[in-house]
Design a protein around this ligand. Sequence first.
Ligand SMILES: NC(=O)c1ccc[n+]([C@@H]2O[C@H](COP(=O)([O-])OP(=O)(O)OC[C@H]3O[C@@H](n4cnc5c(N)ncnc54)[C@H](OP(=O)(O)O)[C@@H]3O)[C@@H](O)[C@H]2O)c1
Length: 240
Amino acid sequence: MESVVGDLTDPDVFRAALDGIEAVLLMWPLLDSAPAHALLTPLRSAAPRVVYLSSSAVDDGRARQSDPIVQVHADMEALLDEAGLRPVVLRSDTLASNVRGWAAQLRAGDVVAGPDIARTAVVDERDVADAAVRVLLPDGDRFGRGPHVLTGPDLLGRADQVARLGAVLGRRLRFEAVPADVARTRMLADGRPEELVAALVAASTRRPESDRVTEGVRRLTGRPAGTFAQWAADHADEFR
Ligand SMILES: NC(=O)c1ccc[n+]([C@@H]2O[C@H](COP(=O)([O-])OP(=O)(O)OC[C@H]3O[C@@H](n4cnc5c(N)ncnc54)[C@H](OP(=O)(O)O)[C@@H]3O)[C@@H](O)[C@H]2O)c1
């Protein structure tokens, strides 16, 4: 396997990386879709199969999305579509891997403090990766362009995730919901950029509760989505 290291928003790096490539899984971890315009020409000339990793929180019924992070995903989907790239869209729910952000707190004590976000059907990122591989392959066409909504099997709040992690670690862990303004101050003190902090706080206060568990992972991979408990068991050592 060959890898290229570079800034995703640099069209020259991007063009070079596309050389000889037949399929692209595009992820956009930025808070602004504008720099993606510069990638459209290289993508059009290389003409790979494009799969975009979006968010399950995108609501097609809304003109404006709930918060800046979801808005960027909706904008990226529209941008790629309007550019004629015919993207296959995977809309992922909250990744289980987000809880890695708790590792330092869990090494220091039994409390995870943070903003409480609405319950979502947390999905194992390995399932998202497997689903992406399925649609990236040449015969992935048969699944259509989606959007394929990828969720885990259970709707979980932060406290549920902390409890499941505690069960695996054999510890009585507790989640402590922190008000948005306190969370904001703490994240800024941790050195996180102001724009990111604003987006995370908006996501925690404005994103609606999800009531949706889908068969998306099973449809694409042929097997059921993994549970968060299994993810926790597989990654327990990272929290010890
Ligand atoms: N987390 C979720 O719950 C969730 C849900 C739905 C969709 N997604 C999507 O899934 C993807 C992964 O999510 P995540 O939460 O794991 O993201 P993340 O923790 O923010 O990681 C983003 C990765 O992208 C790299 N990156 C950032 N800016 C870049 C740039 N300009 N050029 C090249 N690389 C850059 C970062 O590299 P450095 O470490 O070097 O900065 C980091 O490795 C994202 O595209 C996100 O939009 C995530």
